[in-house]
Design a protein around this ligand. Structure first.
Ligand SMILES: [Zn+2]
Length: 227
């Protein structure tokens, strides 16, 4: 049996407004968090923070932003328009021009051009995900004195392939599950084998990846550069 087609009606039903889009992103990014990253309460419950595009822990108020590290972050364009634009790219066989986006979305040409550029980049990256055996590692950059700086931590993932593997890294203020999990999901194909140390951050990726712990005493070369 053929799967039902995902049409523009399906899109509007699934994402009638920005709240629905944000909820979708929240579930996608954090839906399987087993404990609050801040207060560690098990099976945390979140409520939508009033007037903000984020969710807060019922118990401690810790806020999670479902749009962090996505192309929607810091954009004033409604998420429904973004989702519609991505839909057009997904169904368009020959790509979508900024001019078309401008017409379909009713945004300025400048906005349409920026959106098109970011969506193209995202789709390119999606087609460029790491796969197979991938190793993830966190690196701490800079000393405590620099803690007020942005980007103190870095999570690097390395594809372990014979010959040339790919390396990707991203930098964040903090290296906890709230930022690391979305990064891993966005860059590693589901079903890959993930090698990591036994950090709690990675205890939650079981659903997405086959997980192998790496014993760092046997893997000193990976840790070189750590102090
Ligand atoms: Zn909490």
């Amino acid at each position: 049996m053929k799967a039902p087609r995902y049409t523009i009606d399906t899109l509007h039903q699934q994402f009638p407004d920005d709240d629905a889009c944000l909820e979708y992103m929240f579930q996608r990014q954090y839906g399987d968090l087993k404990a609050c990253p801040k207060c560690a309460i098990v099976n945390p419950r979140y409520y939508r923070a009033r007037g903000r595009k984020c969710y807060a822990c019922n118990d401690c108020g810790y806020q999670l932003s479902p749009l962090a590290n996505t192309i929607f972050h810091k954009s004033d364009t409604p998420l429904t328009k973004w989702f519609y634009a991505i839909y057009l790219f997904a169904v368009g066989k020959n790509g979508v021009s900024a001019k078309e986006l401008e017409r379909h979305l009713g945004v300025t040409y400048k906005t349409a051009w920026r959106m098109a550029k970011q969506i193209r980049l995202m789709m390119q990256q999606n087609g460029n995900m790491l796969s197979g055996i991938v190793e993830a590692d966190e690196t701490y950059i800079g000393g405590k004195a620099k803690l007020d700086r942005k980007f103190d931590n870095k999570t690097a993932i390395v594809e372990k392939k014979k010959g040339m593997g790919q390396v990707k890294a991203f930098a964040t203020k903090q290296a906890d599950a709230t930022v690391t999990l979305p990064f891993l999901r966005a860059n590693i194909e589901a079903g890959s084998t993930l090698h990591t140390d036994d950090s709690r951050i990675y205890s939650r990726v079981k659903r997405d990846f086959t997980h192998a712990f790496v014993n760092h005493s046997k893997l000193e070369y990976v840790k070189s550069g750590h102090h």
